[in-house]
Design a protein around this ligand. Sequence first.
Ligand code: COA
Ligand code: ZN
Length: 319
Amino acid sequence: MNLPARVTFCEVGTRDGFQIEPEFIATQDKIAVVDLLSEAGVPRIEVTSFVSPKAIPQLRDAAEVMAAIRRRPGTRYAALVPNDKGASRAVDAGVDAIHTVLSASESHNLANVNMTVAESLAKLRGVMEIASRARVPVQAGISTSFGCPFEGDVPLARLEWVVRELVDMGARAIGVADTTGMANPRQVARTLEHLMPRFPGVEWTLHTHDTRAMAIPNVLAAMELGVTNFDASIGGLGGCPFAPGASGNVCSEDLVHCLHAMGIETGIDLDRLVAVSRRVQEIVGRALPGQIVKAGKSDRRYPLPDGVAARIPQPSARE
Ligand code: COA
Ligand code: ZN
């Protein structure tokens, strides 16, 4: 396999995850989780979103969270915004980066942000202006890039058109999102092989959901094409309230474990990340989908069953 030596993680659990929790997560708990993620060395955190509190009441405390987190030098603290109002609130809150949201498919965009794609693009132009005046970098995310829960297939030409619009308005970083886990590795490869040479200089991020257990294979497919930025969610939290059937993102600690096992650097302290995941399980009050929290890392060893130790042939006896 031809894989990069290092990848950059963006933790999205406190946004993509906490936004869909049935119970409001206390502001103090949100802050604590962000701080623990920072201490684990996570380089990018999508802390929250500045959206309508009617649409996402779970993140109505976005400004308070941003104001109270302890900022670790070296971590980039971002927030998701759908429109100019969100961009102004995010800039006022002192975000290091703005992550915008729109969908490649019309139906999901209407369900999620109550705008047609053209209306969203017009709003995002305003977002880009606010961000550029404030010198805040923008990463433009595209939901339903690999399929829409309402419409099914999203033609590649359609996705390319949306990317082109975003790049033309100044986006230098693009996130392609598999909102409801419909993508497969060949499709991810085909899509990126098509887009990457057409938009040289763009920094690509893959945002995956593990709805159908294809998230890590999809990440690997993107890595083989040279993508080095990935969103992931602590414990495998996550899901869009406006996308039926959506479930958690690829689990951060599982993905970091997989990459570290292959010798790929992330800069993240995996043991600390696993501890954060345990803390998040306590906060949400249930077990999360992540596997490593249950199984331990692959270097975990167990005591031998009774009587087995004495019967293991010694190396000298075998030679
Ligand atoms: N932050 C806070 N409030 C906002 C806002 C923002 N970014 N954008 C709009 N609002 C407020 C308006 O001020 C208005 O408030 P009022 O009713 O008190 O006057 C209200 O929301 C409605 O504004 P409007 O522009 O008509 O928006 P809408 O009702 O058509 O909703 C969005 C559009 C984009 C604001 C809304 O659908 C939204 O926030 N969606 C986010 C969905 C999301 O986060 N999904 C998960 C991520 S994939
Ligand atoms: Zn998502």
